[in-house]
Design a protein around this ligand. Structure first.
Ligand code: FES
Length: 593
C-alpha cells in the first residue's frame, strides 16, 4: 500500500491557523519544530506548571472559541511568530517575543488574555503524541467539499484508499526517510465544527462523522519510531508496515480489523460470526459491537450488534449488510469498534429477569453464557475458602413466533437450566400478541433486575407494562436495536444558558458549563474526561453516567429514557450545578468457547 505526503502543516499557536511547509524536522518528544509551542491562555485560567502535556481546558480553544480560526500565523524568523486577526487586517501583529495582552484582549473582546509558551513541550491535547496524520481520501469520502484544514493535521496523505488508516494503530508507517509508529486514532471533537472562513460553528462534525462512519475518528496520531530527529518532505512516499502482535494502548472506540474465526448458520435466516479482536478488549454481556463495511460509492456503512457471546455476534439476514456479513468465512477481516454500552449484570447479586423478543435474544444469550461460566465448577486454590456458592436466580422469558424460528433458544434454555434458573418461550404464532403485564409479572422474581431486549417498540411496550405492574423504573434496563440515523437529531436550545458547575467523578474534574459548551459529553471531551460515546444522539446508552447530584435537561429526547438517576451525556445539559459519575465496567468471567 503506497501513497504520498500531499502537504505538511505546522501550528505554532494552539487553535490558530496553520502554516504550510515544504519540509520540516520532527523532534523526539515534541513533533514538528515550533508545532503547538504557543497558546492563548485566559486570565482566570491557571496554566499548569511545566509538564510535557497540558490539558486543553487551560487555553483558548477552537472547540469552545470558534473565532480562534480567524487568527493567522506567520513565522518572522529566529523562531519569532506573528499573529494577526482577520477582522483587524490593518492592525499591528501580536509578536511572540513581545506579546501585547491589550491587543489580544481587543481582538476577542476579552480582557486578561496572554500568550504562553510550552517551554519546549508541544501543547498537544493528548500525551504521547508528536504528529497528526490525515488521509485526504477519507476526508473526501465524508464530504467532497469539506475543508481538510478543519482537522489541523501536520501531515496530509494522498494516493491511499479511503479508510486505509483505520487499521494502522500499532503499525509502523514510513513517510519518506521518517519512520513513525501510529499510537492512536484521532477522535474528533467540536473543534472541527468551526468553519475557517466564517469562524462560526456551521456543522456538528463529530455527529456527522458518527452518523456517516459509525465512529467519531478521522486521522491518527503518531510518534517517531526511533528517538532521533527525522526530516519530512512534501511528496515523500508512504509505506505501511505489518500489524503488530500486540497494541500498547487500545480504546474501544478505535476501529480495527477483527479476524473472522468461524461463521455458523443458526437457521435459514440467522448467522453467527465468531471473531478475534486484535485489541483483546474485555467484553461483557449486554454490550454491543459495531461493524463497518465499505460501500460501493466509496463510503462506509455500519450496524450495531449486541454480542451473543465472547466474541460472537448473531445477525438476522434482512438486507445487504447482513447478507455481506453472512458471506464472510474463516480468515476474513472485519472492521469493528466497541464494545459499547453497559454490562447487563450489576455487581449486586440480585435475581435477574431477562425479557427478549426475536433477535433481541442475542444479549440474553451472552448473559446466560456469562452466568453459566460463573456457575461452572472450577478448581479451587489451596488457600481458597470453600463455602456456599452465592445463587443468582435467573429467569428468562423469550417471545418469538415459535420454537423452530427462535434462533439461539435451545442454547439459552440449556444454559438457563445449568444455572438452575427458569426459561419460558412465549409463542406468538398463531395468535400474534405480546406478553401483557400479567404474563410478565407472573414469572418475575421478587426484587429482580430486569433486562428487556428487542426492537424499540417491543422494549418501550414491555418497559411500560412492567412499570404499570409496579416495577421500579430504576430496575428496568433496556437494550434496543438501533442503526445509522439518516438525519441528525435536532437539538433544542438549552433552556438555561448557565453558567453551572459540572463535576465529573471519579476523576473529580470540575468544569464550568455554559450553552457554548454543548452537551455534557462535549464538555467532558473538552476537559479530557473519558466518557465513552457511540451514537451521540441519545439512542444507544453508551454515554450513560450516574447523576449523583442535581438535575439535567435534554436537548434531544432519548427513545428509551434512562433511569431517574442516570444521564445520557450526549443528549443532556445541566439545569444547575451537577455531579456525575462514570460507571465501572464489570470484568466478566471467562466463558467456554
Ligand atoms: S452515545 Fe449513544 S446514547 Fe449517548
Amino acid at each position: 500500500m503506497t501513497g504520498h505526503i500531499a502537504s505538511l502543516w505546522v501550528y505554532p499557536v494552539k487553535g490558530a491557523r496553520g502554516v504550510p511547509l515544504d519540509e520540516a524536522d520532527v523532534l523526539p518528544g515534541t513533533g514538528l519544530r515550533h508545532d503547538r509551542s504557543l497558546a492563548i491562555a485566559r486570565g482566570d485560567q491557571q496554566v499548569p506548571p511545566r509538564t510535557a502535556w497540558r490539558p486543553r481546558s487551560a487555553f483558548k480553544q477552537v472547540a469552545r472559541d470558534p473565532d480562534m480560526t480567524q487568527v493567522t500565523v506567520t513565522m518572522a524568523g529566529s523562531g519569532v511568530v506573528e499573529l494577526r486577526h482577520l477582522a483587524h487586517p490593518d492592525g499591528p501583529p501580536v509578536r511572540s517575543d513581545r506579546p501585547s495582552e491589550d491587543l489580544l484582549g481587543a481582538w476577542f473582546g476579552e480582557p486578561g488574555l496572554r500568550l504562553v509558551r510550552g517551554d519546549g513541550a508541544a501543547l498537544w491535547d493528548l500525551p504521547d503524541t508528536e504528529l497528526s496524520l490525515v488521509n485526504l481520501a477519507t476526508v473526501r469520502a465524508l464530504a467532497a467539499d469539506l475543508d481538510f484544514r478543519r482537522f489541523r493535521a501536520n501531515v496530509h496523505l494522498d494516493g491511499l484508499p479511503a479508510f486505509a488508516e483505520l487499521a494502522w494503530v500499532g503499525r509502523r508507517v514510513r513517510l519518506g526517510d521518517c519512520e513513525v509508529e501510529v499510537t492512536r486514532h484521532t477522535g474528533r471533537c467540536r473543534a472541527t465544527s468551526a468553519n475557517l472562513v466564517t469562524g462560526e460553528r456551521d456543522i456538528e462534525l463529530p455527529s456527522v462523522l458518527t452518523r456517516a462512519f459509525g465512529h467519531p475518528n478521522l486521522g491518527v496520531y503518531a510518534r517517531l519510531a526511533a528517538p532521533r530527529p527525522a526530516r519530512l518532505r512534501k511528496g515523500a512516499p508512504v509505506t505501511v508496515g505489518d500489524p503488530p502482535e500486540t497494541v500498547r494502548h487500545a480504546d474501544a472506540s478505535w476501529p480495527r480489523e477483527a479476524e473472522v474465526l468461524e461463521t455458523v448458520r443458526e437457521d435459514d435466516r440467522t448467522v453467527s460470526l465468531w471473531l478475534r479482536d486484535p485489541f483483546r478488549l474485555p467484553v461483557a454481556a449486554g454490550q454491543h459491537l459495531r461493524v463497518h463495511l465499505p460501500t460501493s460509492d466509496g463510503g462506509l456503512t455500519w450496524r450495531a450488534y449486541s454480542v451473543s457471546g465472547r466474541l460472537r455476534i448473531t445477525v438476522r439476514l434482512r438486507g445487504e449488510v447482513s447478507n455481506r456479513l453472512a458471506s464472510l468465512v474463516s480468515g476474513d477481516r472485519l472492521l469493528i469498534t466497541g464494545p459499547f454500552g453497559l454490562p447487563a449484570l450489576s455487581p449486586e447479586r440480585r435475581p435477574l429477569y431477562l425479557v427478549s423478543a426475536g433477535i433481541g435474544i442475542t444479549p440474553v444469550a451472552a448473559t446466560v453464557r456469562q452466568l453459566a461460566a460463573e456457575a461452572a465448577p472450577r478448581p479451587l486454590a489451596v488457600e481458597e475458602t470453600v463455602g456456599e456458592a452465592v445463587p443468582r436466580p435467573l429467569t428468562v422469558l423469550h417471545v418469538d413466533a415459535d420454537e423452530r424460528s427462535a434462533a439461539l433458544w435451545s442454547e439459552v434454555a440449556d444454559g438457563v437450566r445449568r444455572t438452575g434458573g427458569t426459561a419460558r418461550l412465549f409463542e406468538t404464532r398463531p395468535a400474534a400478541r405480546r406478553p401483557g403485564p400479567r404474563d410478565l409479572v407472573e414469572l418475575m422474581p421478587d426484587g429482580a433486575d430486569t433486562l428487556v431486549c428487542g426492537s424499540i417498540g417491543f422494549v418501550t411496550a414491555v418497559s411500560e407494562a412492567l412499570r404499570a405492574a409496579g416495577v421500579d423504573a430504576d430496575r428496568i434496563h433496556a437494550d434496543a436495536f438501533f442503526s445509522p440515523a439518516t438525519e441528525p437529531p435536532v437539538r433544542r436550545p438549552a433552556p438555561d444558558p448557565g453558567p453551572h458547575q459540572v463535576t465529573y467523578l471519579p476523576e473529580d474534574v470540575a468544569a464550568t458549563w455554559t450553552d457554548a459548551d454543548g452537551t455534557l459529553l462535549e464538555l467532558a471531551e473538552n476537559h479530557q474526561v473519558p466518557v465513552p460515546s457511540a451514537c451521540r444522539s441519545g439512542a444507544c446508552g453508551t454515554c450513560v453516567l450516574d447523576l449523583v447530584h442535581g438535575e439535567v435537561s435534554y436537548l434531544v429526547d432519548p427513545p428509551i429514557p434512562p433511569g431517574s438517576r442516570a444521564v445520557l451525556a450526549c443528549a443532556a445539559v445541566p439545569a444547575g450545578p451537577i455531579v456525575l459519575r462514570r460507571r465501572a465496567a464489570a470484568t466478566p468471567a471467562e466463558e467456554p468457547q
